[in-house]
Design a protein around this ligand. Structure first.
Ligand code: ATP
Length: 199
């Protein structure tokens, strides 16, 4: 599985429909400050379901829609599509290409699509669960993240590794089970007190 292409239209600085093809090897995107390089990474995060505008470097969700320039009028919606090559069947769908799209209008509602069929965000999350792809996966490393990892407290760093290893959900399940056990133990104690009273 690899990311083959991203198509961006009306998202942040990309007013015109723009396609970027990624090679199987390394693709570097270069350009002057403020030319929109980071907006491409934002588009990737957004199409994978990012719901926090702070993580997309904006103030309100509408900020992801092209807001116009001196020469160009603002647009009414933003749309991003990413296309994965799935010839290795890494994603268990019978398609050699999988596309994920998100469209959002100024009213705020988002539409999601898998291979052009409307779907829920949940379907996209499920499709990529445990693949390392997704907004919580470590497939997108933002500016400053490496510094965070290096400079963080060892315990926090351990959390990052636990998250990457996919064991955080088991830790949460364990905490849940311990809480239930504690509650049950307290109930048992209460019942045995009541039984003693009855005796
Ligand atoms: P640097 O090298 O400084 O990190 P960059 O190439 O990563 O820069 P970005 O941060 O991706 O640049 O792009 C910033 C540009 O995107 C700014 O010029 C900003 O005006 C423009 N921009 C952001 N949101 C919108 C929007 N909604 N409509 C139009 N332009 C936008």
């Amino acid at each position: 599985l690899y990311l083959k292409k991203i198509e961006i239209q009306g998202f942040k600085s990309f007013a015109e429909r723009t396609s970027i093809n990624f090679d199987q090897k390394i693709t570097a995107i270069v350009g002057p400050n403020g030319s929109g390089k980071s907006n491409i990474a934002d588009a990737l995060r957004w199409v994978l379901g990012e719901q926090s505008i702070r993580n997309l470097r904006g103030n309100k969700m509408e900020d992801v829609i092209f807001s116009g320039t001196e020469k160009k009028k603002p647009l009414g919606f933003a749309e991003v599509t990413i296309i994965f090559d799935n010839t290795d069947n890494f994603i268990p769908l019978e398609y050699s290409e999988i596309s994920i799209s998100r469209r959002m209008y100024r009213s705020g509602e988002s539409e999601f699509f898998i291979n052009k069929s409307p779907c829920r965000l949940k379907d996209i999350k499920e499709l990529f669960a445990d693949t390392g792809i997704g907004k919580e996966g470590y497939s997108i490393i933002g500016q400053g993240k490496i510094e965070d990892i290096i400079s963080s407290h060892p315990e926090n760093r351990r959390l990052i590794f636990e998250e990457a290893a996919g064991i955080v959900k088991y830790k949460l399940n364990k905490q849940d089970a311990i809480r239930k056990l504690d509650k049950t133990n307290a109930n048992i104690m209460r019942i045995s007190d009541l039984l003693n009273e009855v005796d």
